[in-house]
Design a protein around this ligand. Structure first.
Ligand code: HBI
Ligand code: FE
Length: 297
């Protein structure tokens, strides 16, 4: 359980005595922007520059527009206070700093109140493509531009509210898959072709190429109940990506009462990440070569 690991304080400099005892009940901390070292800003710059080269023609228009309107640049790790000012005016969201993964209910409470919890630390220079927990590059570069979009802004708030309900109903596994295959790893069909909007892709150098260009993964039309049944990989590229037609499709999702869907899931078998079903709308049938060459985790 990653959240428990985070609480164990193994990373980002938590002393043993501080482990698992957040000072504030909502797990927020000061970003401590003034304390970032030159080396930490340099890691940001490396990640920012290589990613910005990849994103034209890959990131959806809304991502590019959001990025442009925000105080996010190459030279410095962004200051959450300045991000929040711009976001607040546009969609009523804020960015708050947390030490890493936080417990599910804490995460949902923040989202339900339009606060996005962002890791304050940045990955080590020798681990640019390796992440156990969301750091400031994933959270700010990947997520914050999309929070400038009104549809996504409402959708993620609804996910927070839905998360609290799903927990009470014992259905968090199903709801978390919807978040995973949209907010984290979603693809969008635009006039010019497929584009990424998921933060897990947008913040990953290797996956932003794999998700769009590789013949290996499936690219399937997004279907809510289908996605709720589909397991996902947390430690490797996805075997299937789900494609929406526009961001308003997510806004519609946030208005659906999931309770009757959850009840139906009891009758439906779970699906493996690479499964393709007769009912799927297949945009690209993956050849599976990438995952076939790797040991099953
Ligand atoms: N905490 N900081 C942070 N970021 C996340 O994306 C996150 C989290 N805690 C729980 C969580 N995600 C997921 O397990 C839920 O979306 C289910
Ligand atoms: Fe994320």
């Amino acid at each position: 359980d990653l959240a428990a690991e985070a609480a164990a304080g193994a990373r980002h400099g938590l002393a043993a005595g501080e482990a698992g005892r957040p000072e504030r009940a909502d797990w927020t901390i000061d970003q401590g922007w003034e304390r970032y070292t030159a080396q930490e800003h340099a890691v940001w710059k490396t990640l920012y520059e290589r990613q910005m080269k990849l994103l034209p023609g890959r990131a959806c228009d809304e991502f590019v527009q959001g990025m442009r309107a925000l105080p996010i640049g190459a030279d410095r790790i962004p200051d959450f206070r300045r991000l929040s000012e711009v976001l607040m005016r546009r969609t009523g969201w804020q960015v708050v700093a947390v030490p890493g993964l936080v417990p599910d209910e804490v995460f949902f409470e923040h989202l339900a109140h339009r606060r996005f919890p962002a890791g304050h630390f940045i990955r080590q220079p020798q681990e640019l493509d390796y992440l156990q927990e969301p750091d400031v590059f994933h959270d700010v570069f990947g997520h914050v531009p999309m929070l400038m979009n009104p549809a996504i802004a409402d959708y993620i708030q609804a996910y927070g509210e839905g998360g609290l309900r799903a927990q009470r109903l014992g259905r968090l596994t199903n709801l978390a898959r919807v978040y995973w295959y949209t907010v984290e790893f979603g693809l969008l069909r635009q006039r010019e072709g497929l584009r990424l909007y998921g933060a897990g892709i947008a913040s990953s150098y290797t996956e932003s190429v794999f998700a769009l260009d590789s013949a290996s993964p499936n690219r399937l039309r997004f279907d809510l109940e289908r996605v709720m049944r589909t397991r996902y990989r947390i430690d490797d590229f996805q075997e299937s990506y789900f494609v929406i037609d526009d961001l308003d499709q997510l806004l519609e999702l946030s208005r659906i009462d999931f309770a009757p869907l959850y009840a139906r899931l009891d009758q439906a078998p779970e699906l493996e990440p690479g499964d393709v079903l007769p009912g799927d709308t297949v945009l690209h049938r993956g050849d599976g070569t990438y995952h076939a060459g790797r040991a099953k985790g």
